[in-house]
Design a protein around this ligand. Sequence first.
Ligand SMILES: [Zn+2]
Length: 301
Amino acid sequence: MKLGAYTFQPEKAQGFDFQVLRVKPETGIRLVPVQEMYSNVAVFADNVAVRNHPDWISQSALGPAKMGNNNFNIYWDMVCATQPEHRAEQLNYIEDVNGQSRGVWLNSQYFADHGHCICPRCMMLWKKSDLGWLEWRRRAVTEYVALVRERVKKELVLGIQPDPVSSYERYGVDFDDLAAYADIFNVVMFSKNYATPWYWEMLTRGFKKLLKKPFYVSFYVFGPGDNPKDVPSVSELLTVSARCARAGADGFLYLADGANQLRNFQKAAFAHTELRERLRSYGDQPVQEFLDYVTSWKSIV
Ligand SMILES: [Zn+2]
């Protein structure tokens, strides 16, 4: 059981096995990597790239992959996954970032969602391929991840959406294909609340059954600019972590703007003595390991 800090700010939160810095989040801004942290790169979700090159945006019959197109769960702008200049530039960027940090974690290294992308280039590439539409998309994603793997000599962690059933149809993601290149998977389960942990536990069991590599689950603690009233409660986070631990997750990441929010979370988690005792009855070794970890946050001040 490993625990990681996942932050937007280049600050090393204490009391975790490792730290992941969002050097290029979906907004497209770029931070300087930190040698002792892992670097997280959103590949095709990139507001800056789309702003600079509006014709690079991923297209579908339900409109482009633009923030505000409510046909999709897209909260940023996404570049078409076959855009050659973006693909090449991102490969160089990923290699560069890899050299300046402990390793690389990717997000959005796949198509925007179902029905993407039908831009003229994608239609031409698909027809030339002699493959079915979904198989062509799968190959486009897998071949790109193979190119990434050649550039990342350290640890490579591949992000996947919290959809164990339809990731192939939606994103062109085949878990077995990606397992050949990933050291670890990161299943992003961000939510503003975890009031019904049953669902997250079920998703974790699904991924445990399907993934051929270890996987972490990422939870949402406190995003940039969040109102403290709108973020998950500490008791929800402790409970959902214990339940996903017993369902087979190999570790957890906690997303926050910076180290300060994580410190507040750790202190509050340790202070939940009664809940921590109750969660001891939720499962054997993985649950106990997680709770021991929370106990070790006693030293966080
Ligand atoms: Zn396209």
